[in-house]
Write a protein that binds this ligand. Structure first.
Ligand SMILES: *Cc1c(COP(=O)(O)O)cnc(C)c1O
Length: 420
């Protein structure tokens, strides 16, 4: 199959979207659909609401079986009204990989790794940004901007280049170099600022009037959540509509956690799943754990984290605008928030690579480290079936180099090779 606009015509009929309105996630105030929106008047994220009765009548689980293995198969659950606005780069369904050796070693229930590194631009940021860019196109946006720790910027750059939308991307100075390069190489005007992600967010916010760009920062527009929601829909479908006992999610801004929870609610409303929900575990790094601190204190909002530092750059988010949504979900699901050390992340990453042949990103490896830790504390029971999210390909991150040199001038010594 191909991924050009011609493919949209072949596989997607023109369908009405079932969006009814937008709603402030904090106050419940209603906003009209089909207009450009940022945050609500209360300064909180907006959520997209659907006519779920109509949606449920328009599609059945069986209908999905005839569709392409990509997240656009859930288009009725998405806000885009005209399929011509969809920009595609090959949005595959990502595999659920059993980690049986790890399971045996830890003596726990089934472990499934959802490997999101297979998506375009190598991370699950593609889900959110494919939908956000399609909606921006639909609503006539021609210039976008965002602050990013790397993967979101890469996804924005790629989808916007393909959609002919101009993009400006601002990275904090400790963004991995490969991310800065891929963002620029895929067509975004790219800036590296000597500060943190929130400083970059301020550049975008303050520049809105002067630059006339649309701010596509995490949760500051309503549609990235809808894209991330497809993780929950896809997971449910892959598990035959039987959700796992626990989901470990490396949490930065929390878009995916919020999106999945929204997916489960929508699926229950249309009767595709029951009321059983996974326990949601928000995993952070010890060097940047604002959500964990707020969870432990019993707070609904998180204080910003100072001097954030971790190798897991995707979860290096000192202040999340959707903090109360993350914390509400974690508590409602009877889950928890937990921090792990960079050391345990590297160890888990190495173990999964050598034992399971799965090259996790550090953020994904953090979920493995958290599972190990929480089996020890007893917060995870050895009978529970868990899904761990690997959010990006490990190839984008630095790896230890462990090899030996061969000097061809001296000839090849197979004894040395055998003993290596
Ligand atoms: C963005 C990102 C995260 C955090 O995702 P949120 O949904 O914003 O919490 C985790 N891991 C990686 C690799 C990321 O790029």
């Amino acid at each position: 199959m191909t991924f050009g606009p011609e493919n949209n015509e072949l596989t997607m009929e023109e369908l009405p979207s079932f969006v009814s309105h937008l709603e402030c996630s904090y106050t419940g105030k209603i906003y009209p659909a089909d207009q450009l929106h940022g945050l609500s008047e209360a300064g909180k994220p907006l959520l997209v609401r659907y006519d779920l009765d109509a949606l449920g009548n328009a599609i059945s689980k069986e209908d999905l079986l005839t569709r392409q293995p990509e997240f656009w198969r859930y288009r009725e659950f998405l806000p885009i009204r005209k399929s011509e606005n969809i920009v595609r780069l090959g949005e595959v369904m990502t595999p659920l990989l059993p980690a049986s050796k790890l399971q045996k070693e830890l003596g726990c229930g089934e472990i499934l790794i959802k490997d999101e590194g297979r998506l375009p631009t190598g991370s699950f940021k593609a889900r959110g940004l494919a939908v956000a860019v399609a909606m921006a196109k639909e609503l006539g946006v021609t210039r976008m901007a965002m602050p990013t720790n790397g993967n979101a910027g890469a996804a924005l750059a790629a989808y916007c280049s393909r959609a002919d939308i101009e993009t400006f991307v601002f990275c904090p100075q400790d963004t991995p170099q490969v991310n800065v390069q891929e963002i620029a190489f895929q067509g975004a005007k790219t800036f590296l600022a000597n500060g943190y992600i929130n400083d970059c967010g301020k550049i975008v916010g303050d520049g809105k009037d002067i630059m006339g760009w649309f701010d596509v920062s995490t949760l500051k527009e309503p549609y990235r959540i809808e894209g991330k929601k497809t993780m929950g829909l896809e997971l449910a479908e892959q598990l035959q509509w039987e959700l796992p006992d626990v989901i470990f999610y490396p949490t930065g801004g929390g878009t995916g956690l919020i999106g999945m929870w929204k997916a489960f609610d929508e699926l229950e409303t249309i009767g595709w799943i029951g009321s059983k929900r996974p326990r949601m575990v928000a995993v952070q790094a010890e060097g940047c754990a604002p959500i964990v601190r707020a969870f432990d204190k019993g707070d609904r909002h998180a204080e910003p984290w100072h001097d954030a530092s971790t190798i897991a750059s995707g979860i290096r988010v000192p202040a999340a605008i959707g903090d109360f949504l993350i914390l509400d979900i974690v508590r409602e699901s009877n889950g928890f928030a937990v921090a792990v050390s960079d050391e345990s992340i590297l160890q888990a990453q190495s173990e999964c690579a050598t034992e399971e042949g799965v090259l996790l990103c550090p953020e994904g490896a953090a979920t493995v480290a958290a599972l190990r830790q929480e089996l020890t504390t007893g917060r995870i029971k050895p009978t529970e079936r868990v899904v761990l999210f690997n959010c990006a390909t490990g190839l984008k991150y630095e790896m230890p180099s462990d090899h030996q040199e061969i000097n061809l001038m001296e000839g090849v010594d197979y004894n040395v090779i055998r003993q290596s």
